[in-house]
Design a protein around this ligand. Structure first.
Ligand code: NAP
Length: 194
């Protein structure tokens, strides 16, 4: 089985952005040490248009070969005129409103989201599946998540977009590892207890 892994940036108080989901306050923590970590362990989680200017386009996928994101988070790229933000991965966008995919490389999942995710997880071989967010999609897929990789930035938002757009839904995870960085960022990895 391939894992569905929610790889997400959040504040100390657990928000993935402000109330509109804007996470740009977290960008300032990118320094050489942290970028090296991302380049070495999760290069494919950097968007294609973010990798190019850094000269990282050539990096091989390490953990993921597939990405799934909600229309809300895909919309951020579309607003910049980018129709394939993760061109180096198989790209899926969950949406009932996007009738036609804006890009031949991006497949829209309009129906049976859980069935499609089950099928992706059941594929033989390959790398894992990067659940990119945002909150509403992660909430819909909470029960399917096998792994959490939470990048916690040393910021308090006070209020904002939660990691999961669900109501109360308690799930247990086991801590696998913690990495700390001089910029104050903490990266924790958890596996879902089933
Ligand atoms: N901090 C981080 O690392 C991080 C990462 C990613 C995103 N974000 C933030 O998250 C925000 C977006 O989150 P969001 O919660 O507003 O939106 P979202 O979860 O990205 O997308 C929600 C949309 O996904 C579609 N969807 C959800 N469930 C579906 C289902 N069962 N079947 C088909 N389509 C389904 C719907 O699209 P339709 O309305 O088209 O039907 C829904 O409106 C962005 O502002 C972004 O900045 C932060």
């Amino acid at each position: 089985m391939r894992k569905l892994s929610y790889f997400i940036a959040c504040s100390l108080d657990g928000f993935i952005g402000d109330e509109q989901g804007d996470a740009s306050a977290m960008f300032r923590f990118m320094n050489e040490e942290y970028l090296d970590f991302l380049k070495t362990e999760f290069p494919e989680t950097m968007a294609t248009h973010g990798r190019r200017p850094l000269g990282l386009d050539h990096l091989e996928n390490k953990r993921f070969d597939t990405v799934i994101q909600g229309r809300g988070s895909y919309e951020l790229a579309l607003k910049e005129g980018i129709t394939s933000p993760y061109a180096h991965l198989r790209e899926y966008v969950a949406s009932r409103s996007l009738a036609v995919s804006p890009d031949p490389h991006v497949e829209i999942i309009a129906d049976d989201l859980l069935g499609r995710v089950h099928a992706l997880k059941a594929e033989e071989g390959g790398l894992d599946i990067y659940l990119c967010g945002g909150a509403r999609l992660a909430g819909e897929l909470l029960d399917e998540i096998d792994e959490l990789v939470i990048k916690t930035y040393p910021l308090v938002y006070g209020t904002g977009m939660p990691m999961f757009g669900t109501g109360l839904d308690i799930k247990e995870f086991t801590l696998d590892g913690v990495r700390t960085f001089t910029n104050g960022v903490l990266v924790r990895t958890y596996t879902r207890q089933r």
